[in-house]
Write a protein that binds this ligand. Structure first.
Ligand code: PLP
Length: 505
């Protein structure tokens, strides 16, 4: 029988891998979770000889068991190709007493590309397998990185359309320019008059609208999500931890079976959960170092066993980690509750209703694999300066949070295990904050001049993703209020008389 997934909130809600990818979220609001974590079935020595694509197949086939070999391999080939600017896909760079795993060599220069360049192919294959003939309409609310990576991934993918909503004044100028210049006849980008939470709530409301669902169905459409809780985003993220370990082995940095630590700048808990799954599969990982910025909900959770989202939201220089509800943590809670959907559902209910929950002492014991800490804004900037001054290597703000937390871990524990730091964005994506850390005097310089300055200082060519938007034409002009979002979606799909009441399309 096919490997089955079940919901973290109802063990009876089951799905195949392809159904789980198509649906994204279980009907009860829970996340799909594999019934067991499969063990790696090739040796580490063998992995050390594999390409990224071969490693991807060796890992993903264990989770996506209802995909045929040919289906999965063709998804992998279509995703990890010359869209990445290096054949290694995720190179490892030795600096500052650690190994930076550069996850930003894809089309939008942030690590979201690792999963979003394959998700569209997995989704189309899953639709075919499940005899879905509707076009899949992806709806996404974004605070910056996910939107552009999803647009790039789904652009011109046959059988799909994508609509991205972003808060008009809530993303960086480079992030906005990246989105509104997106090509592809099936892509739509909309600025919301409101903040990210309103955009997100609007999307959730559209998903819950049964009448709209029926109308879409009649016109041959169905909705899906490219959100990071989709198992089709989580599984591809396990691959690069296995690949990084294999590269360290191939270069004789470590011996076969020697453990490594992994440090991850964390927001929604997706990337570090993938590392945790890699460990469960048998990859020799000692500590999972969970790094937060000043929104340190996870640090407090690892300290006290209490998850408490009722606090002030802080805007930081690592905006992709500015988050108070880490959705993917639910998968860890489910596991340490003894794979008990009922217990997990009770915690999630408490989180929704009271804003917090506290795990048992026994569950807390099971978190020994993790170390949590955070850096302040000042510390983050200092880390960027230090790494640059000591090694001439420029890291982005998110990566700097992970490096800062790793330094704290190392000085507390004296653990000198070889450590991999997930480097989640190119410094060019956050040019202004990075340059400000290196040279506080540069505040009045224009964005693209700063890009050139960063290129000079770092000795790194300006990435294609940034060059492209210097002169690119703005192709998306739509703006609307949160209430108008369903009408905007209908209009894009050519349905009904949705046009009349819209403010400024
Ligand atoms: C999304 C993102 C993160 C956080 O990753 P999670 O999987 O949400 O924990 C960190 N850094 C960057 C640059 C990101 O875009």
């Amino acid at each position: 029988m096919d490997f089955m997934y079940s919901s973290t909130r109802d063990s009876k809600a089951k799905a195949t891998a392809s159904m789980a990818i198509l649906k994204g979220l279980a009907d009860d609001g829970g996340l799909f979770i594999p019934e067991r974590i499969p063990a790696l079935d090739v040796s580490l020595a063998k992995l050390a000889q594999m390409t990224y694509q071969e490693t991807a197949y060796a890992v993903m086939k264990l989770f996506l068991t209802d995909f045929t070999e040919q289906e999965l391999k063709s998804c992998i080939q279509a995703a990890y190709d010359s869209k990445f600017d290096t054949a290694q896909i995720t190179p490892l760079v030795n600096a500052g007493c650690a190994y930076f795993l550069e996850l930003f060599h894809g089309p939008t220069i942030a690590f979201k590309d690792m999963a979003l360049s394959i998700l569209p192919h997995l989704m189309i294959t899953a639709a075919r397998k499940n005899k879905v003939s509707n076009d899949i309409v992806i709806l996404t609310a974004t605070s910056g990185d996910t939107g552009k990576a999803a647009l790039a991934g789904f652009a011109d993918v046959e059988g799909t359309k994508i609509v991205v909503f972003y808060p008009k004044n809530g993303v960086s100028p480079i992030q906005e320019k990246q989105m509104v210049t997106q090509k592809g006849a099936n892509t739509h980008v909309v600025a919301i008059h409101g903040n990210f939470d309103q955009a997100q709530a609007g999307v959730k409301q559209i998903f819950a609208d049964k009448e709209l669902e029926k109308t879409l169905q009649e016109h041959g459409f169905q909705l899906s999500s490219a959100n990071s809780i989709n198992i089709g985003r989580l599984v591809p993220q396990i691959v690069y931890y296995v690949y990084a370990y294999a590269r360290l082995l191939a270069s004789h940095t470590i011996a076969e079976g020697e453990p490594v630590n992994v440090a991850v700048p964390t927001g929604n808990f997706g990337n570090i959960l993938a590392a945790y799954y890699a460990k469960q599969m048998g990859l020799p990982i000692r500590k999972l170092i969970c790094a937060s910025n000043e929104n340190k909900v996870l640090y407090d959770f690892f300290q006290s066993g209490q998850y408490d989202r009722m606090r002030k939201f802080v805007l930081t220089s690592s905006p992709s980690m500015d988050i108070l509800v880490s959705s993917n943590l639910e998968r860890l809670i489910y596991r340490i509750a003894g794979n008990d959907a009922e217990k997990n559902a009770a915690y999630m209910k408490a989180l929704a209703e009271d804003g917090k929950y506290e795990i048992t002492h026994q569950m807390k014991q099971e978190l020994a694999d993790f170390y949590g800490n955070y850096t302040t804004e000042q510390e983050t900037a200092q880390v960027i300066r230090d790494v640059y001054e000591k090694d001439g290597y420029v890291i982005d703000t998110h990566t700097a949070v992970a490096k800062g937390v790793y330094d704290k871990y190392r000085s507390e524990t004296k653990d000198d295990t070889v450590t991999i730091i997930a480097s989640t964005a190119s410094p060019f994506k956050f040019t202004r904050s990075v340059m400000h850390a290196l040279d506080p005097e540069c505040a009045s310089t224009a964005d693209f001049e700063l890009v050139d300055e960063l290129s000079r200082i770092a000795g790194v060519k300006v990435p294609q993703a940034i060059e492209e938007i210097r002169s690119a034409k703005v192709l998306h002009h739509t703006e609307c209020t949160a209430e108008e979002m369903p009408d905007v979606v209908k209009r894009f799909l050519g349905i009904g008389d949705a046009m009349e009441n819209l403010s400024q399309i």
